[in-house]
Write a protein that binds this ligand. Sequence first.
Ligand SMILES: *Cc1c(COP(=O)(O)O)cnc(C)c1O
Length: 412
Amino acid sequence: MARLNSNYLKLKAGYLFPEINRRVKAFTDSNPDGAARLIRCGIGDVTEPLPDSVRKAMHAAVDEMGVRESFKGYGPEQGYEFLRQAIAENDYRARGIDIANDEIFVSDGSKCDCGNILDIFGHDNRVAVMDPVYPVYVDTNVMAGHTGEGDASGLYGGLVYLACTAENGFVPSVPQEKVDLVYLCYPNNPTGATATRAQLTAWVEYALANDAVVLFDAAYEAYIRDPEIPHSIYEIPGARKCAIEFRSFSKNGGFTGVRCAFTVVPKDLECSTGSGDRRPLHPLWNRRFSTKFNGVGYVTQRAAEALYSGEGRAQVSALIRHYMGNAEILVAAAKDCGLATFGGTNAPYIWVRGPEGLTSWEIFDTVLNKANVVVTPGSGFGPAGEGYFRISSFNSRKNVEEVAARLRALEW
Ligand SMILES: *Cc1c(COP(=O)(O)O)cnc(C)c1O
């Protein structure tokens, strides 16, 4: 009989969002008035429509595809030169960061890249993740067989969990022990925290000293407003030798439904072959791309390119201003409730510590039943999130103002 990959059976069955949906459905089925008032602030998906410059570029690209002379079939697996150039130039070289066009790999999403990257690493690495954590990093390691079984709180044997707490500003210090791969995500989902230059420098120095690789998820880079906070791990000296960076057009350009992202793999980044040799990772990732991927659609890549035009940048800024305006309103409301509130200043997520003694799911139920608002329970991202909840600022202004008013009126 054919054997399945039994690592999948260790997965905790995507517990968080199905459980949220189950509770919301139970509430709306039994409470039609509440159902009509329901506002969702739980999901990490953008709400505002695609920028005009993007739609124009897509229409033009579709027309090119309709003409024999400009029709495009398979493109380069790693991305068209026009987009790799726009990314490397605008996101990196214009900021004084040394990244070559062919170190950029254009993909259909950072979620995919964060999972696929494990293809080019061995199976005997010690892997560290943050707690609370974006579940993709953990689940893809479970699938690849890098962990033991999960326990009741959702922690897997074999992984090193780095607790992110109010005490450490939700940025873990480097561990005493040696790890080989570490996932860092800043600005962070779910805590909305950012990492300072000094904190990122400590991680880069740790990685260089331990021959470790930092997998840096910068999906929310566009939300950084504080000029002191690095936008890229490569702003830190030495990072070209120890870090891979994931970026996405999902949260800046509103591309969650269009699908385009990229990974940066510097040519200086080397890993051990297991027999003492060091070899660069770039050719492996390049080979993986050409073997298992056939590139992002031409129309989509032209859409992404448009985000770097003058008009595109102005429209992205307007989107970010909209969401961050929402964040300000939500932060103020959470503070008015007397709750300790984090994030929301350089990230679209607000991380709130609930009233003393309530679990994250108790908070979730209270906010759902009394305010008819869906938030995300912090414990769903890991045990260190217990007692917290996440509010997303991805919403219309009208909804956010209503949510703020209901939170202020809420009697816990
Ligand atoms: C939204 C998000 C991404 C982007 O994923 P895509 O697949 O590019 O849409 C990556 N990382 C984190 C932590 C996110 O929240």
